[in-house]
Design a protein around this ligand. Structure first.
Ligand SMILES: [Zn+2]
Length: 285
């Protein structure tokens, strides 16, 4: 992976950037947003993050200096959370990109789908079913389709636990999911009463929220569950009701150059835009 990032990504950046920006109808300057991934003043023990050196994600996506080398860096795709004063403003942005998005999400809500954060240990078998439901995805082939076993995902819970927000509000991994009520539905020996049909494994590093993995079950993808999930997360970030969802400056989902054109179209519809993230002055040096 490291070798790929060092050798292949700069070539991708050079080869694809112009064409992909054109696909997005993106003209004009790419905005720059300064980010602080440490947020030392708001970080609380016990924090799961070792902070002696920047995590790989930061080295990969955050520009440290101007210059030609930065032209070889992948272009982050970002939702600029500060642009949206309330949920209605984000809905307006979704609508501007596709008139079909909101009606589809509302239809899914009427059919009983709902989104919330969850503990992965309580839904391991459903995560497995989602990951192995398709051999190919918009990002490329899915090795999990052939190789994944439930035990690889997490140690399955032996009883039902409620979701709890992490201790450090600045640095965490939270799984968010879309569920359908299903009385009697079980995960191993534990009755959970609902079926997980889509998930995102989300990271937070200070100012940056990041989708490391986002996936839906083949049988539910045409219901708009992925955009429903994404909208629920952006709404929680805008509402900022819990400390863990408060003060996320940007929501990052990979790069302009990643995946096939279908993935880029999805990101565009979801409100992601090419953006340069730079080191904020509070963390420089
Ligand atoms: Zn922390």
């Amino acid at each position: 992976m490291r070798l790929y990032q060092r050798l292949v990504e700069p070539m991708l950046a050079l080869a694809l950037r112009r064409r992909r920006l054109a696909l997005l109808d993106f003209d004009g300057a790419v905005p720059e947003i300064p980010v602080d991934w440490r947020r030392d003043a708001d970080c609380e023990a016990p924090c799961p993050l070792v902070k002696d050196r920047p995590p790989r994600l930061i080295e990969r996506y955050v520009s440290r200096r101007a210059g030609w080398r930065e032209r070889l860096r992948l272009m982050p795709m970002v939702v600029d959370i500060d642009r949206y004063p309330d949920a209605a403003a984000f809905d307006a942005a979704l609508k501007a990109r596709s008139t079909r998005t909101l009606p589809k999400i509302r239809k899914a809500e009427r059919e009983g789908y709902y989104a919330r954060p969850f503990l992965v240990q309580c839904h391991v078998h459903d995560v497995h079913a989602i990951r192995t439901s398709m051999p190919m995805r918009s990002a490329g082939p899915v090795l999990d389709y052939w190789l994944l076993k439930p035990g690889h995902i997490a140690e399955p819970a032996t009883e039902l636990h409620p979701f709890g927000w992490p201790t450090c509000p600045m640095h965490w991994i939270i799984w968010w999911g879309v569920f359908l009520p299903e009385p009697g539905h079980r995960q191993g020996g534990v009755e959970v009463g609902e079926r997980l049909v889509a998930f995102v494994k989300m990271w937070r590093l200070g100012d940056i929220g990041h989708y490391t993995e986002i996936m839906g079950h083949r049988d539910h993808l045409d219901k708009g569950v992925m955009l429903m999930l994404h909208r629920a997360i952006v709404r929680a970030l805008i509402a900022a009701e819990v400390p863990a969802m408060r003060g996320v400056r940007v929501l990052l989902y990979g790069a302009l150059e990643h995946g096939r054109a279908g993935l880029l179209t999805w990101k565009k519809r979801a409100g992601f835009r090419p953006t340069r993230m730079t080191v904020s002055s509070s963390t420089a040096g």
